[in-house]
Design a protein around this ligand. Sequence first.
Ligand SMILES: [Zn+2]
Length: 325
Amino acid sequence: MPRHCLAVLALLSLVACDQSRVIQAPAPPPNPLPGVKLSVDELKAQMFHVSAGKRLKGSWPNGARVAVGLSFDVDNATATLSTGNLDYEILSRGEYGAVDGLPRILRMLDRQQVPSSFFIPAASAVLHPGMIKEIQASKLAHEIGVHGWIHERLPLLNDEKEEQRLLDLSIETLQKMTGRRPVGYRAPSWKFSKWTMGQVKAAGFLYDSSLMASDDPYELLLDGKPTGVVELPIERILDDAPYFGGNADGSMPSVSAVYEVFQSEFDVAYEEGGLYLLTMHPHFIGHRSRVALLERLVQYMKRKPGVWFATHEQIALHVKPLIGN
Ligand SMILES: [Zn+2]
C-alpha cells in the first residue's frame, strides 16, 4: 500500500478513537451537597465525631493574665516532597527554613528568653538533623512535637493502616533523635482523617494543637465521649502561612499589617485572660524582616505585666487537671 494511504488510514483510526471517547457517557459528577440528604442523627454523628468538650479555662500560674504559646512548624520542603514535586525553586524555598530561618528564630528566642514549641515532620528532621541539635542547644528547653512523617495530608492519604504506620514512625524517629517521647501532636496542615483522633488518643498524647473550636483550651471529644486529650487551639488569622506562604508569598506589601492583626488579637486575649497561640513556619517567618516583626511583638507583650510565655506542653500540663474525673 502506498505510504500516503497508510497515513490516511492512521488518521482515520485516530478520528474513530476520538469519536469513541466522545460517545462514551461521562461519569456522573459526585453529589456536591451530600449533607442535604442526611437525617439529624447522621448529621450529629458527622459533626461530633471529633468536637469540643469541656472548656479548660482557669487561672494561669503566678497570677499571669495571659498564656502565650509560640509554635513553629518546621515543615521546610516536606509538604512539597510528599507530593513528588521536584521543583527545586520551591524545594529551596523550604530549605531556607533549615539553613537560615530556624537559626535566626532561635537567636531571637534566646535574646528574648522565650521558650517555644517546634512541631517537626520527622522526615524534615532526618533530612536536616542539625536542626534538632540547634533547638536543643538553647537553654530555654524548647519543646519538640509531632507533625507527621513527611507532612502527609491525612484525608488525602485516606488509609487507616498507613496513617498508623506513619504516626508510629514519626514518634519513634523523633524519640530517637531528641532522647524523649514527644507529648504534643499537630496534624500536617491541621487536617484530620476520620481515624486521626482515635490514633492520637491511643498513642497517649497529652495534647493536640490542630483544631479551632475555641480561643481557649478545651477537652477533645471522640464520638461524643471525653478523650482526656487537651486541645490547644490554633487559628488561621494567627498563622503566618496565609500572609506569607503559598500564593501570598511576596504579595504582602508590609509586615506591619500582619503585626497589627497579631497585636490586636493579643490585646483581647490579655483582656479576657485567655490563651494566645501563634503558628509560624521557619521558611516563612524566618526571613529577616519577619523575625524582626515577631521580635517587636514579643517585646510589646513583655512590656505588659502578667504575660506567661510557655511551651505548649507546659500550657497543656497546666490546664489538664481542669478536665477532672
Ligand atoms: Zn505544617
